[in-house]
Design a binder for this molecule. Structure first.
Ligand code: IDP
Ligand code: MG
Length: 139
């Protein structure tokens, strides 16, 4: 059975462009409840650990560089079928392929600077949530 928790980050491009409020509004309008939320900045080391699963991919260094280039907003979200529904809400990785009305269609700049992260499985949502938040920061 699908779980009800997912994990997201508003990436440095979207924070710098002033889109935190617009993106959080799209998320809550789509029926997600915010269980944890913080603005922070990832060091290269922490960004590298977070994206360890992509270590062998050609864009890994670029991704780590970008994700540590400025502040981000991390959040744990709750909704029925959270992981899949959130992936639908954010749209395809490349905004050129993202469906109209999705967060990436509206806010992403390109395939790398694509406004938001969304966990891709229940296991990764749990891992990523506890990577960024202690149990006392999740409500
Ligand atoms: P996802 O974020 O849609 O799950 P992934 O394939 O898991 O996409 O890639 C993780 C992140 O790595 C993307 O969101 C994007 O920021 C970056 N990325 C993916 N593909 C490329 C690429 O071809 N060039 C540069 N960055 C990329
Ligand atoms: Mg992914």
């Amino acid at each position: 059975m699908a779980g009800n928790i997912t994990f997201t980050m508003i990436k440095p491009d979207a924070v710098a462009a002033g889109n935190i409020g617009g993106i959080l509004n799209m998320i809550t309008e789509a029926g997600f409840t915010i269980k944890a939320l913080k603005m922070t900045r990832l060091s290269r080391d922490i960004a590298g650990k977070f994206y360890e699963i992509h270590k062998e991919r050609p864009f890994y260094e670029e991704l780590v560089e970008f994700m540590s280039s400025g502040p981000i907003v991390a959040a744990v979200l709750e909704k029925e079928n959270a992981v899949e529904d959130f992936r639908t809400l954010i749209g395809a990785t490349n905004p050129a392929d993202a469906a109209p009305g999705t967060i990436r269609a509206r806010y992403a700049k390109n395939v790398g600077e694509n406004a938001v992260h969304g966990a891709d499985s229940d296991e990764n949502a749990a891992r990523e949530g506890s990577f960024h938040f202690s149990q006392y920061e999740m409500f």
